[in-house]
Write a protein that binds this ligand. Structure first.
Ligand SMILES: Nc1ncnc2c1ncn2[C@@H]1O[C@H](COP(=O)(O)OP(=O)(O)OP(=O)(O)O)[C@@H](O)[C@H]1O
Ligand SMILES: [Mg+2]
Length: 235
């Protein structure tokens, strides 16, 4: 049984349909990447899994249990944590206060604590009393990742970590991923950068217009097939 699965997942914003029957699976210990152009439905998929958007109960299964209709706090308490698009820190709170917020709702024992997060991102320890707004984009992203890890999640959902960051900073952020994997978390990464996605993921899903258009292991997918699945056959 997969750790996390979606079956025929649909999602709507009022009467606008954004997902049209998405099937995906995440095995325990696996890292998968979701790629696709602007508006493909990647964030909608993350919001559906994390409970920000509500879906049919049986459309999302966690260890075989239907979770599609649960609220975000209930999904989080099961051990599914999200690093949201745009980081969404609490601007008036310090780095450390933002990290500690990740604890609420799931104070589970596990590998992640202020100490281990500061070890992974030493700059956050130096800046622990600095307000979120005074941080660089890369440092904010580190806080957002740390905040999600503070709940010791079994599944970590990351929505466009690279957005707006310089290549050298993106490299620093992704350098943390082996440690996150080793901690036992399974990971879903949304990325617009296909090269980055192929480097970090065991399997890749391409989305276009609310549907999965291609999936497989990076070594099994040709550049041409990914290009067609990402931009459409006529791009
Ligand atoms: N809050 C909303 N209300 C109405 N429509 C929305 C809302 N959020 C997203 N959409 C629409 O749903 C579709 C999928 O959007 P989504 O944000 O999931 O795409 P995405 O793949 O994450 O894109 P991006 O790469 O730009 O983040 C788009 O057509 C978008 O305009
Ligand atoms: Mg998005």
């Amino acid at each position: 049984m997969a750790l996390l699965e979606t079956h025929g997942l649909t999602a709507f914003y009022r009467d606008f349909q954004a997902l049209f029957g998405v099937d995906l699976s995440l095995e325990a210990g696996e890292t998968i990447a979701i790629v696709g152009a602007n508006g493909a439905g990647k964030s909608t998929l993350m919001r559906s899994i994390s409970g920000v958007l509500r879906n049919g109960a049986d459309q999302i299964l966690f260890e075989g249990r239907p979770i599609g209709a649960l609220t975000a706090p209930d999904v989080m308490s099961l051990g599914i944590a999200m690093v949201p698009e745009g980081r969404k820190l609490f601007p008036s709170l310090s780095v450390e206060e933002n990290l500690l917020i990740g604890r609420y709702g799931r104070a589970t024992k596990g590998p992640w604590s202020l100490e281990t997060i500061y070890r992974m991102f030493p700059v956050l320890k130096e800046r622990r009393n600095t307000p979120g707004t005074a941080l660089s984009g890369g440092q904010q992203q580190m806080v957002a990742i740390g905040r999600a890890l503070m709940s010791n999640p079994r599944v970590l959902l990351c929505d466009e970590l690279s957005l707006g960051l310089a290549p050298i900073i993106i490299r620093d952020i992704y350098a943390a991923f082996p440690a996150i994997r080793d901690s036992g978390a399974s990971i879903v990464i949304v990325e617009q950068d296909i090269g980055q996605a192929m480097k970090v993921a065991d399997r890749l899903y391409c989305m276009m217009e609310g549907r999965v258009t291609l999936s497989g292991r990076p070594a099994e997918l040709s550049r041409e097939a990914i290009h067609a699945a990402y931009f459409g056959a006529h791009a």
